[in-house]
Design a protein around this ligand. Structure first.
Ligand SMILES: Nc1nc2c(ncn2[C@@H]2O[C@H](COP(=O)(O)OP(=O)(O)OP(=O)(O)O)[C@@H](O)[C@H]2O)c(=O)[nH]1
Ligand SMILES: [Mg+2]
Length: 349
């Protein structure tokens, strides 16, 4: 049997140092890529793009109980993935991960109820949900809803924290973890005294902003710590530029509020709606209007999406964050990279 890397599950080889799975010596346990990620936090951009269909085929063949790890901050990216159709057919338990990214006064029960309502609307078969990131009793909560005698099959979109969760469960940092998506490359079987677990490669979401950022910008744009929401009290036509990644131009009758939930390292520029286009044409990629998506010029690489707004709703940008807008009635004109998705959803917070 071929030997596999303990960190990411790839088959090890010592014949081509530029190919995945390379080790100098086949007695080593970790491939060169995992070694670099762990010790130098290095990542080669898009050196591996997961094949979503193959991942789902491989998962289907395993025997055990399915666990779906969802990054709560990036919830709707998971809800747009092909795991939705997978979990219409298979029962799963959800781990709602990265709850620590949301403001700490958040009510976890309400958050879980919100997610259950959303997944109920898309017919996903899940009745058990466990939050992780704030509560210290994560392991206990998980064990109260699973059968630890059966293998756990850990699944999810790339970068949602699957390998991190497993390292916590087994109490050792065996699996490779990294802030860039597509770290785990194959099904990776781990056994400890207490658990039998399969880690898996995360599904690649090309409509996520994370797929459009270089490694350095990704570290800025993907929050690692609790996000500090910024509240804007607005009137008439105003525009919010979310770095050089997205822009929301808003026009309301009377006063309205926008609250941005983004990585603390990204700047948000507030300005007049009528000056926004001129600002972007002159300053895209400079000062507050950076970082920008890879290989994307403004305006040709961007699309315009118009929403009619009433009451309270989130404008969620896959892989980036969301802006909660509250106002009687108005329009929100979004400008985002053509390949990235923006969704209007019921407000999460
Ligand atoms: N703030 C926060 N960050 C987390 C949490 N769990 C994981 N992370 C971070 O999320 C990033 C991705 O974690 P991984 O465990 O590599 O995610 P993964 O789902 O295994 O990723 P792939 O193997 O690429 O699919 C890393 O930077 C982790 O440190 C969490 O609960 N809170
Ligand atoms: Mg992983």
């Amino acid at each position: 049997m071929e030997k596999k890397c303990r960190g990411c599950g790839i088959e090890l080889q010592n014949s081509n140092k530029d190919a995945l799975g390379y080790v100098v010596d086949l007695n080593m346990d970790y491939c060169q890529r995992c070694f670099r990620m762990t010790h130098y936090d290095a990542h080669l951009i898009k050196d591996f793009i997961p094949d979503n269909e193959k991942i789902l085929d491989d998962l289907e063949k395993l025997d055990g109980q399915y666990i779906w790890v969802i990054d709560v901050f990036d919830l709707d990216t998971s809800l747009r993935s092909s795991l939705v159709s997978f979990y219409r057919q298979h029962e799963c338990t959800i781990i709602l991960n990265k709850c620590d990214l949301l403001p700490h006064n958040i009510n976890l029960d309400k958050l879980a109820a919100y997610v259950l309502e959303r997944i109920g609307q898309i017919d996903v078969r899940c009745s058990r949900i466990v939050t992780r990131g704030i509560n210290r009793d994560f392991r206990e909560s998980l064990e109260s809803v699973i059968d630890i005698e059966r293998p756990l099959i850990i699944t999810g979109v790339a970068n949602t924290g699957k390998s991190t969760v497993i390292n916590e469960l087994i109490g050792q940092n065996i699996l490779t973890v990294n802030s860039y998506p597509a770290t785990t490359m194959r099904i990776n079987e781990i056994t400890s005294e207490r658990y039998h677990i399969y880690d898996s490669a995360g599904l690649w979401m090309s409509e996520s902003m994370q797929a459009w950022l270089n490694v350095d910008d990704l570290r800025l744009a993907v929050p690692q710590k609790t996000v500090r929401p910024t509240v804007y009290q607005l009137e008439n036509g105003q525009s919010l530029s979310l770095a050089g990644l997205a822009r929301l131009d808003m026009e309301f009758n009377g006063r309205y509020t926008a609250v941005s939930y983004l990585s603390n390292q990204l700047s948000v520029h507030r300005g007049k709606k009528e000056k926004a286009e001129q600002l972007w044409n002159a300053n895209y990629g400079k000062d507050d209007l950076r970082p920008i998506p890879m290989d994307t010029d403004y305006p040709p690489g961007f699309k315009h999406v118009r929403f009619h707004h009433e009451g309270k709703a989130d404008y969620f940008i896959c892989g980036l964050g969301f802006v909660t807008v509250t106002g009687e009635s108005g329009t929100v004109d979004a400008y985002i990279p053509a390949g990235v998705q923006i969704i209007k959803r019921k407000a999460m917070i």
